[in-house]
Design a protein around this ligand. Structure first.
Ligand SMILES: O=C(CO)[C@@H](O)[C@H](O)COP(=O)(O)O
Length: 220
């Protein structure tokens, strides 16, 4: 299994974004997590296609786009054109999740399905044969800098067992409140893609990424 860090630029210093991205890429972060918020599915509004388009030119990292928007199917092509590689949609936000997954795949992109902390893990079971990743939220989506919800660990374990049973090559990404101090618990539970915003970009992004990468490498 590959273990990957996906730094969430929501916590980055936007006056210095290019440089911050360079620092995390240099330390081996293979993905860049791009949180899109619409003010409807979640209360906050973040950024969209023009920002992704600029970032895409500045790095060779994989663009890991997390759409926290109502009816994300409306925006899949736009984010493909802007440079997305993975598109993750929320199960709770889609009228027709199967159609949304088809739309992501028809754009040639990897598809993730995300679930909020109160959505039963079992809700993703019927999609596991059709997607590349499940994103388990370990905070309520909408804001960076929140505290990790410990119940997420059981949910990760449950999902990993489900995935192993059907032998599907599905990544488990976990997002929210992850730091070097608790990332091992998340990995031990069965996650292999780690999103970290504050823990990477607050302080020294290079040093912070290095710490995460040392831990992730020790799992390979
Ligand atoms: O999607 C979200 C929040 O909705 C996350 O990607 C956060 O951006 C993670 O931030 P930290 O909890 O790591 O600060």
């Amino acid at each position: 299994m590959r273990y990957v860090l996906s730094p969430s630029i929501l916590a980055a210093d936007f006056t210095n974004l290019g440089e911050q991205i360079r620092l995390v890429e240099e330390q081996g972060a293979e993905y860049l997590h791009f949180d899109v918020m619409d003010g409807m599915f979640v209360p906050s509004i973040s950024f969209g296609m023009p920002v992704l388009q600029s970032i895409k030119k500045a790095t060779s990292q994989l663009m890991d786009v997390h759409l926290m928007v109502e009816e994300p199917i409306r925006y899949v092509k736009d984010f493909q054109n802007a440079g997305a590689d993975n598109i993750t949609v929320h199960l709770e936000a889609c009228k027709d999740l199967r159609e949304t997954i088809r739309e992501v795949h028809s754009c040639g992109l990897r598809c993730g399905v995300s679930i909020c902390p109160d959505t039963p893990v079992d809700a993703v079971r019927e999609y596991l044969d059709d997607i590349e990743m499940v994103l388990i939220m370990s905070v309520y989506p909408g804001f960076g800098g929140q505290k990790f919800i410990p119940e997420a660990l059981k949910r990760i374990q449950e999902l990993r067992e489900m995935i192993e049973k059907i032998e599907a090559p599905v990544d488990i990404e976990v997002d929210g409140g992850i730091y070097p101090s608790n990332v091992r618990e998340v990995l031990d539970a069965g996650a292999n893609v780690i999103v970290a915003g504050s823990a990477v970009f607050k302080g020294n992004p290079a040093e912070n990424t290095k710490k995460f990468m040392e831990i992730l490498k020790s799992y390979e």
